[in-house]
Design a binder for this molecule. Structure first.
Ligand code: ADP
Ligand code: ZN
Ligand code: ZN
Length: 736
């Protein structure tokens, strides 16, 4: 028997593959790329993925260790997934082992069998002639098996069939016990597609011919313009072609209402993947997509990796949303990856947003993406009127200006809902001593502790550190220590005093801690009658509040002067998103933005001329400064418990990059690699670690990426930096 090794991807940070000897008694033909194996790696036992078998290896024969066990007979990762994994690994300069691990559901990562997804069930047996069944229930049950040969026991009982009826069919030899994947139930009453308005129709007509080939499209439509209806009708066409469809939504956009809208429209199995699923349910959803049973997948960021052998369309809603970018581990963008995946599969991608990211808009404006627009609200809803309300030198009551309060009163007295957006949870952002100026600060971060009332505590929102609330100032022992400023909790308390008869619903991460709690709050909001809604971003995204006729934005100013070059873009997106909650039904809405900077030119541009006008201006600025999307960017971040070490590491990195980038300068052309830093993060110390960053810019993607592998090799070869954690962030969305 000739010598060979099995090359595997091990989930460790090292950016390379590892060779092992095959297990005792195995044939070379037993090994297929995409199978899982158990390996001993140092002291750990890990689940690795087979990449190939090879006849030569760099590892000396004596050092080669045998694989412990092969976990799969068939690959769990398809050739396509392995290729996509290679792309991710190359593009994000990340270990192939960790990348492939990302593509597997947790149970498979831990080494469980694919069979863990199966549940007790029944399957139809071959039979010669139609059985004669007594009783309508028996017949109804048998009809289920005509429709679909395998059923999970649970799915049948939830339709009202009893175990006795199933056993009866078994006795008749019609069905037998089996293990099966639970197929999601279908909605019995379907809704018709809406007749499209002319803009929607034009968009759909342009999108339909894209099915069957790779082409990205941007559907830019104001909130409530009926983008979802266009998605639904395009999806219908893809299903009709026998294709599977992937729908990606932001983290907080995946509510039962969203899923219900799909289920009511299509009589096909739909799975949704969200944070409320346990590991087994995730494996089931993954398996149902992988074997083609599920025809539509609705999920958040990581759902983009779900195998769909008959994928025909990817829809990514609210494509500008920050949650599509993963901010730890493999720092991938699900939007960018969706494009790569669609290209490999030769299928279209539809990106939808009222406020597209400038990167996406740039691609649409330059013709790389098909650019479709919906400018009118669908149905008879009117767009909200927006105005900036200056609070400069104005007295405020509980953070609200008099005219704003008067207007809130008018709306609730008319029986309508008012939504107040304040992006600060907790009771108060500061807890301070008026006598000596002491402020409660986090001992682990350069940050203030937020005061919370229920339960009473001081809480750092950056590292989660919590402690009790002192009754006396720890510095001067004054008993006048007090809350300063306003968060959602305090605003709700204050408004309850002002409007004692109006129900108030507060939606933030404290009140909507679980999915169920969130759903209950959303249900409250759908009760008739006046109501004041107070909320953070959670309330701003993706939900329909038809009765809201006034929106107040309390603190948009913070983003106007952000050190992040995307600060204004993000502020504009948020403002419009919040504003979009108003007047979605027949009542027109109004949006009041309280600001200290009522003459801020870009804010005015946004209010008066809309997002597109602002975006054009911002794109010009970016061009001028060679910032994305007019250039490429990566950040090398480092953090350490000692202030100087992280900075030192980045200085070395900078020196190395300068050394390897002696540019062939084209006359007057832009510099191939621009380095900025190292400099400290805005909040330098977080969770006890000092954070520094080095920013890399280049007008060319290739020029930038070619430096990164040598850089990583260099960093890994450095001695004396064990205490420093570092990582590369490609196309970072968070730059402060
Ligand atoms: P978006 O996704 O752009 O925010 P939606 O698709 O959710 O917009 O549509 C907003 C509202 O308008 C929904 O209540 C939807 O049912 C309704 N709507 C959408 N398209 C039409 C149409 N062609 N005719 C009537 N109502 C429509
Ligand atoms: Zn004091
Ligand atoms: Zn902290």
């Amino acid at each position: 028997m000739s010598f060979y090794v099995v090359r595997v991807a091990v989930p460790v940070p090292l950016r390379r593959s590892f060779d092992y000897l095959p297990t005792e008694g195995s044939q070379r033909s037993d090994w297929q790329a995409g199978q899982r194996v158990r390996v001993q790696f140092g002291q750990q036992l890990l689940t690795a993925i087979v990449l190939s078998t090879e006849t030569d290896t760099d590892v000396p024969e004596k050092k080669l260790k045998p694989l412990l066990e092969r976990l799969d007979n068939e690959p769990v990762l398809s050739a396509e997934q392995l290729q996509l994994g290679q792309w991710l690994s190359r593009y994000y300069h990340h270990s192939i082992g960790e990348v492939l691990e990302l593509m597997l559901p947790a149970l498979l990562r831990k080494g469980s069998s694919l069979d863990e997804a199966l549940e007790d069930g029944w399957q139809r047996r071959p039979h010669e002639q139609e059985p004669s069944l007594r009783g309508s229930q028996q017949q109804a049950l048998w009809a289920c098996f005509q429709q679909q040969p395998k059923w999970a026991h649970k799915a049948l009982t939830s339709q009202g069939f009893g175990a006795a009826q199933m056993r009866r069919l078994e006795e008749l030899g019609l069905i037998e016990a089996t293990r099966t994947l639970p197929v999601p139930e279908l909605e019995t009453e379907l809704r018709e597609a809406l007749p499209l308005n002319s803009e929607q129709q034009k968009a759909l007509d342009a999108l339909l011919p894209l099915l069957g080939s790779f082409k990205p499209a941007l559907l830019e439509g104001v909130t409530g313009s009926g983008k979802t209806e266009v998605y639904l009708q395009l999806i219908a066409a893809a299903l009709e072609r026998g294709e599977q469809v992937m729908v990606l939504v932001p983290e907080i956009g995946l509510t039962p209402q969203t899923v219900q809208r799909f289920r009511e429209r299509f009589s096909v199995p739909i799975v949704s993947v969200h944070s409320g699923l346990n590991d087994r349910e995730r494996l089931q959803a993954w398996s149902l997509c992988r074997n083609g049973t599920a025809r539509i997948l609705i999920g958040t960021r990581s759902a983009v990796f779900t195998p769909m052998p008959e994928l025909g369309l990817i829809v990514l809603d609210e494509e500008h949303d920050g949650s599509f970018k993963q901010q730890d581990g493999v720092r991938y963008s699900a939007r960018d990856f969706a494009l790569v995946r669609a290209q490999k599969a030769s299928v279209p991608v539809l990106l939808g947003s009222a406020t597209p990211a400038l990167e996406t808009l740039h691609n649409a404006l330059s013709g790389r993406y098909l650019h479709l627009k919906l400018t009118q609200r669908a149905g008879n809803a009117r767009p909200p009127g927006m105005k900036l309300h200056s609070i400069l030198h104005q007295p405020l009551t509980f953070g609200l200006a008099q005219p704003v309060l008067a207007n809130i009163q008018k709306h609730v007295e008319a029986g309508r809902q008012v939504l107040i957006f304040i992006n600060r949870r907790g009771y108060a952002p500061l807890f301070a001593c008026p006598d000596c100026g002491w402020l409660a600060e986090c001992q682990h971060c350069d940050a203030r502790m937020t005061l919370h009332q229920s339960p009473l505590r001081l809480h750092c929102h950056h590292c989660d550190h919590q402690h009790g609330v002192p009754a006396f100032c720890p510095k001067c022992h004054s008993d006048k220590v007090t809350a300063l400023g306003q968060g959602t909790e305090r605003l709700a308390e204050d408004l309850a005093v002002l409007f004692p008869y109006i129900p108030i619903t507060r939606v933030d991460r404290d009140t909507a801690r679980t999915r169920n709690a969130f759903e209950e709050l959303l249900e409250q909001v759908h009760e008739p009658g006046p109501r004041i809604l107070i909320g953070t971003q959670m309330l701003a995204k993706g939900h329909h509040f038809p009765a809201v006729t006034m929106v107040v934005i309390l603190d948009a100013d913070a983003g106007l002067f952000s050190a992040d070059f995307r600060g204004m873009e993000h502020t504009a997106q948020l403002v419009l998103q919040v504003a979009g909650r108003a007047g979605r039904a027949e009542h027109p809405g109004e949006v009041w933005i309280q600001t200290l900077y009522a003459d801020h030119p870009q804010l005015n541009l946004l209010i008066n001329d809309g997002y597109h006008a602002l975006a054009q201006t911002l794109l010009k600025e970016r061009l001028h400064q060679q910032l994305p999307p007019h250039g490429y960017m990566a950040i090398l971040r480092a953090e350490s418990p000692q202030k100087h070490l992280a900075e030192q590491l980045l200085h070395q990195a900078r020196g190395f990059l300068q050394q390897i980038s002696t540019p062939i300068q084209v006359s007057d052309g832009p510099a191939p690699l621009v380095l900025v830093g190292p400099f400290p993060a805005i909040m330098e110390r977080r969770a006890g670690r000092f954070r520094q960053q080095l920013q890399l810019f280049s007008p060319e993607r290739g020029g930038l990426h070619s430096k990164l592998d040598p850089l990583i090799d260099y960093l890994q070869s450095l001695k004396g930096f064990h205490q420093v954690r570092w990582h590369l962030d490609i196309d970072p969305t968070d730059t402060i």
